[in-house]
Design a protein around this ligand. Sequence first.
Ligand code: ADP
Ligand code: MG
Length: 461
Amino acid sequence: METKIPSKNLSLNATQAWKECLKIIKENVPNITYNTWFLPIKPAELDKNILKVEVPNSFFIEWIEEHYNTLINKTINQVLGENGKLVYVIVQDDDNLDLFDDVPIQKKSIPSKPAEEEHETFLNPKYRFDNFIKGEGNQLARAAAIAVSENPGETSFNPLFIYGGVGLGKTHLIQAIGNKIVNESKNKKVIYLSADIFTVEFVEAIQNNTVNEFSNFYKNMDVLIIDDIQFLIGKEKTQDLFFHIFNTLHQAGKQIVLSSDKPPKDLNGLNERLISRFQWGLTADIQPPDFETRIAILNNKAKSYGISLSNDILEYIAYNITTNIRELEGCLIKLLANASLNSAEINFELVKKTVKEIATVRETNISIEYINKVVCDYFGVDENKVREKNRKKEVVIARQVAMYLSKKLTRSSLKTIGLHFGGRDHSTVIHAYNNIDRLIEEDPSLKESIDTIRNKIELGL
Ligand code: ADP
Ligand code: MG
């Protein structure tokens, strides 16, 4: 690292100092690494020779420290002098790590201060409407959330109850409501927490004899947002208390927003009177995103990392990861990490490998019919001929390739595969499989054909 930087310049501000650091870093790391891990870092404050920077999550810190600690230290010394130090501040939470661990974490605890004082909202500023991609699956929930955020407590959407599967954006959406209200009317008291934290805090309040304070704290809110309300199931006492808080707030025209993994009527084990109240306002579901929405989400996320991915790559990921947005994001992060670690470009091979890692043992939905269709299209053979007793060379090869790929790409038994090809028995399928397996070794052009077909099948083309 021989770059000449004017030594230790105390008149630098945080932005300039970080800019100098970036210059050095850029020369010493691959572009992809620079774009992925260093560009998203924002300078925050320079206090003497301590430079505070903001990173999106703790994964950044871990990754940078693990791989570039020496470079960072040298760089900081060059720019800020011998005693220079870099301090990371996490501006968003560890949500991106959810891909490794699906359990929601909320580390902070609820303050026991009176509500008049400024309280912590527990909202994460990264969850906003402007970065929540609209799609068919979330249309109603999103529209209702926006309406509520514009007129909290004043619409008929009270409570607003949003439900849906894991990783589909419930937390994002209900926090976006809170963030918007907090940003637009500073005097509104908003609080967000998950129902399990609520339960834990309640138990603590019982132990500390502070149940009244606890209950008043929440009754004083203008907007109460409770995530994963299904956690109240089986917790009778907490449900009772929540019932009272709910009534007080609702009567006072305060806004209540709830999320759950199921619609109210399916929350077995929840008190009927709560279930009926949950249905007073609007219940809106979030469904898994369609293909276009998945692409839009990926695109958006990639851009926020300063990376642009080709359409092929976006489509491949969106095609293969279908039911969970957290997993989509996870795939992207893993991809960037893999590319940086190996100083590799993000090419199709790497994408395939990463998607495979992420989507490890997912059931394939590929049908034998579909495989047969793609194979026959490729070889220009009539699909029905493959099922008949036709011995023409191209028909035989198409039949055998289709059987081979059916074995490779589905979980169907040999018997089932045989049945799909005109009721042939399982030994015919084994013979076809072994034959193609051997031919692939001998004939590179056949191997290429099969790879192409396989790609088409896996991409649904
Ligand atoms: P849930 O609470 O339903 O399990 P989250 O709200 O935690 O899901 O969403 C998982 C991840 O996916 C979050 O990082 C969130 O920002 C992101 N996400 C979900 N839906 C969208 C969307 N429509 N647009 C952009 N990002 C989304
Ligand atoms: Mg959630």
